[in-house]
Design a protein around this ligand. Structure first.
Ligand code: HEM
Ligand code: HEM
Length: 206
């Protein structure tokens, strides 16, 4: 079976660092979201340690994502055909992939996930810093800090939902996880899910 390189070593190391930091930042943040989730702080050494560590996990995740951003932004630029793909997306959800237009390296769903992650992480960083005690919070008026808490919690909730969609899609499309663990996909996988990218990589016109 002939294989095509989809993610380089650096891409994959970068990705899995961000994924691990996402679980650290997400679970430590959720511990403060509602008392019923406070038990999650046991994972990080109790309440005070969770409170100390959470913003550092967040900043580390943000910096890790900056790496992913510069690796992948180009392939996620929106093209005319992506609008058509989005319009027909319900057919894909019903399992009819043949009804979809040909796709390049990434489909419109992956592009949407990418830009949503980037935007939400900027919001989380900016708002998180605004109520980060004892370092920066005192530099911001109380009204702004209150607003920041609401936007931070809402952005975190949306990011967690987007990540669930991302992980589900990665597992659902058989062969994708292999792309992120070993770097390679089969030519058959590329042809089925990313026909235009397959043609670009192999020179095959069919
Ligand atoms: C990017 C850098 C980040 C910084 C500087 C930051 C900072 C903070 C701070 C200072 C708190 C307040 C803790 C408290 O005293 O109650 C907090 C809460 C929280 N953070 Fe972050 N955070 C960041 C990223 C993230 C990320 C990536 C997530 C989710 C994936 C997240 C999810 C949450 C949640 C759910 C809360 C609880 C909000 C609430 O009060 O309801 N944060 N964050
Ligand atoms: C257990 C958690 C995760 C799993 C199993 C997972 C799985 C995957 C897989 C299979 C791909 C390759 C998809 C393909 O090439 O068709 C991928 C790409 C990617 N993932 Fe994840 N992922 C996880 C967590 C995350 C998190 C938390 C983030 C960031 C918030 C993230 C950001 C990305 C990005 C930016 C790409 C590259 C998309 C591109 O090519 O532009 N992933 N992931």
């Amino acid at each position: 079976m002939r294989m095509l390189l989809r993610y380089r070593d650096g891409d994959r190391i970068n990705h899995w660092c961000v994924a691990m930091l996402f679980f650290c930042a997400g679970l430590s943040g959720l511990a403060f979201f509602h008392p019923s989730l406070f038990f999650l702080s046991n994972l990080f050494g109790g309440g005070p340690w969770t409170r100390i560590l959470h913003p550092f996990f967040g900043v580390a995740m943000f910096l890790g994502f900056v790496g992913l951003f510069f690796r992948f932004w180009r392939r996620n630029l929106w093209k005319g055909r992506d609008t058509e793909w989005t319009r027909r997306a319900p057919a894909l959800l019903m399992g009819d992939e043949d009804a979809m237009p040909a796709v390049g390296k990434n489909n419109a769903g992956q592009k949407g996930v990418f830009w949503a992650m980037a935007l939400l992480l900027v919001l989380l960083l900016v708002t998180g810093v605004m109520f980060w005690q004892p370092w920066f919070a005192n530099d911001f008026p109380i009204l702004l800090r209150r607003l920041a808490v609401v936007i931070h919690a809402a952005s975190a909730a949306i990011l967690i939902l987007v990540a669930i969609v991302h992980i589900y899609a990665g597992i659902w499309v058989k062969g994708s996880v292999h792309a992120m663990t070993r770097g390679y996909v089969s030519e058959a996988w590329a042809r089925k899910h990313h026909l235009l990218w397959y043609r670009e990589m192999t020179g095959d016109k069919q």
